[in-house]
Design a protein around this ligand. Structure first.
Ligand code: IMP
Ligand code: MG
Length: 174
């Protein structure tokens, strides 16, 4: 089966949106320091680009959870593969995700992080597929709401490939 990627959101559209999100976060957190928690690996490209556009002081940390195998369907299992290096107690935390799909990963993660007593906890996602939601999750900052299609690029993978695409695309099988 041949595989190809069709562009859904161009590099220019994604960059423009990230600039807007950076400006919004900078004004919402004026006078504060923001602690960005990147959900690896998918959130990494988005977090780097977003962090460069935030003008208040920024600190960063990373965590890795797994809920998917080499497949396009959720297994419903969320496992912490790598925890944060630093405590988030008292910090103004924004979790940075590539995409909210069923919401299972984020609802689990946000509950776990809120137990660690941050001063505030928000969620920022580049993409949201609201039609796919199984568990309710409050998203504070969204780049784009997209239809129910499996997307790749800008950190998102299909079987670990395509993360490096500078745009968002849809994998098509001919
Ligand atoms: P959720 O727990 O179902 O919301 O899944 C969130 C995670 O599933 C994301 O962080 C992605 O890693 C992965 N995922 C969901 N939809 C897609 C997609 O369209 N392309 C690539 N990865 C996806
Ligand atoms: Mg992810």
């Amino acid at each position: 089966m041949a595989e190809r990627v069709e562009i859904m959101l161009t590099e220019e559209e994604v960059d423009k949106k990230i600039q807007e999100l950076g400006e919004k976060i900078s004004s919402d957190y004026a006078g504060k320091q923001v602690h960005l928690v990147c959900v690896l690996k998918g959130g990494s490209f988005f977090m780097c680009e977003l962090a460069k556009r935030i003008t208040v002081p920024v600190s960063l940390d990373f965590m890795s959870v797994s809920s998917y195998g080499g497949d396009t369907k959720s297994s419903g299992v969320v496992k912490i593969v790598k925890d944060l290096d630093e405590s988030i107690a008292g910090k103004d935390v924004i979790v940075i995700e590539d995409i909210v799909d069923s919401g299972r990963t984020l609802s689990y993660l946000l509950e776990m992080l809120s137990d660690r007593k941050p001063n505030s906890l928000r969620l920022c996602t580049l993409l949201d597929k609201p039609e796919r939601r199984v568990v309710d999750v409050k998203v504070d900052y969204t780049g784009f709401e997209i239809p129910d299609e499996f997307v790749v690029g800008y950190g998102l993978d299909y079987d670990q490939r395509y993360r490096n695409l500078p745009y968002i695309g849809v994998v098509k099988f001919d």
